[in-house]
Design a protein around this ligand. Structure first.
Ligand SMILES: Cc1ncc(COP(=O)(O)O)c(C=O)c1O
Length: 365
């Protein structure tokens, strides 16, 4: 076996493949003299909304801000709460910063996504919004959730930070909820070379509110009607994202091919993997297995030059800063069980088939 080191992601490799286009777009912005909230941001917002299938998009400084501003735009009242799956560490910060009351739910043991059974189980009358997270890029089973939220007249929010380009029933995720949130953090399938995010919606009121909140709560320059944020997608990032958007479907397809090979080689050995929604197509942002002897496997992979990562090592109710939520150990058994077992293997468009074969050879039940 070769001693070649396999990367966990290869962002520089991706850049090399599109260097000319990226450099030209960055140069264009630098020459323009407009660096914040100009034509590049507007162009990207229009292209991205049309790619996902919504009327509006607002470019923001991060996915965390997208969650905060999306939730704030719903103007929920004090005491009203939001349901959030207990296994999504990076989501919870943006939710908490909106000031809304948080109620956690457990997840489906096969997909590790929130599902209708858990929503019904943890729902109570003060819940006025449900936040679904298409974790690892795997689309949540949306139809029963959309129906439930309509019946209860509560908001549905999608966290698509990991799911740009993922599909459910022939529509892109991010087009099902009242509002959806995206992250353009560098490692995301559609990522920039820094931080960025977006809120998408078909609702004009939500759109206008988020647009105002990203700029001091203004409606017209210096006319601030509420204390807003400074959360703007920079022109340089918008220009980079416009270039990358042209490649995203091709990249996602490559990831799906890699995932297919992983699935084939691993399920043959009886390895439990995160189950893709049969009604959709994951963009395979992350490829996650569920394994009992995780630490031993991680160590063995490392000695062979293969990195692996845990997404995420703590359920939200075990995180110190969220102890105020008051949940005890055992509150969310599925989340807790799989937090001990999940392991993310390298996946990115540039990875070689031979690398996947080498990784799979080292994984045993
Ligand atoms: C599911 C999910 N939600 C929200 C976020 C937050 O996005 P950002 O890092 O752009 O603030 C992330 C990014 O890690 C994420 O993976």
């Amino acid at each position: 076996m070769s001693s070649k080191i396999i990367k966990f992601v290869d962002l520089a490799g991706e850049y090399r493949n599109i260097k000319k286009e990226i450099n030209q777009s960055v140069q264009r912005v630098l020459n323009s003299g407009v660096y914040v909230l100009g034509q590049e941001v507007e162009n990207f917002e229009n292209k991205f909304a049309s790619y996902i299938g919504t009327k509006y998009a607002v470019g923001l400084a991060s996915g965390t801000d997208a969650l905060t501003l999306a939730i704030k735009s719903l103007s929920l009242k004090e005491g009203e709460s939001i349901l959030v799956p207990a296994n999504v560490y990076p989501t919870i910060f943006g939710v908490a910063l909106s000031g809304i009351k948080i109620k956690l739910t457990d997840v489906n043991p096969k997909s590790l996504n929130i599902d209708i059974e858990n929503i019904k189980k943890y729902y109570s009358r003060e819940v006025k919004a449900v936040l679904v997270v298409h974790l690892y890029g795997n689309p949540v089973d949306m139809s029963p959730i959309v129906k439930f939220c309509k019946e209860k007249k509560i908001y549905l929010i999608e966290d698509c930070a990991q799911a740009t380009g993922s599909i459910y029933k022939n529509k892109k995720v991010g087009s099902f909820g009242d509002v959806s949130c995206f992250s353009f953090y560098p490692t995301k399938n559609l990522g920039t070379y820094g931080d960025g995010g977006a809120v998408l919606t078909n609702n004009k009121k939500i759109y206008e509110k988020v647009k105002s909140l990203r700029m001091y709560g203004e409606q017209g320059r210096y006319n601030s009607l509420e204390i807003g944020h400074n959360s703007r997608l920079d022109e340089i990032h918008a220009a980079i994202l416009s270039v990358k958007l042209k490649h995203i479907d091709k990249w996602n397809l490559k990831r799906r091919k890699i995932a297919k090979l992983y699935n084939l080689l691993l399920t043959k050995k009886g390895i439990d993997v995160v189950e893709e929604n049969r009604l959709g197509k994951s963009n395979y942002h992350l490829y996650v297995i569920k394994i009992n002897n995780r630490q031993k496997l991680m160590d063995n992979l490392r000695t062979h030059g293969i990195p692996s990562v845990i997404h995420y090592p703590l359920p939200i109710h075990f995180v110190k800063s969220f102890s105020y939520l008051g949940y005890k150990k055992g509150s969310f058994p599925i989340t807790e069980k799989y937090t001990e077992r999940i392991l993310t293997l390298p996946i990115y468009p540039e990875i070689k088939q031979d690398d996947i074969i080498k990784i799979c050879q080292l994984i045993k039940i």
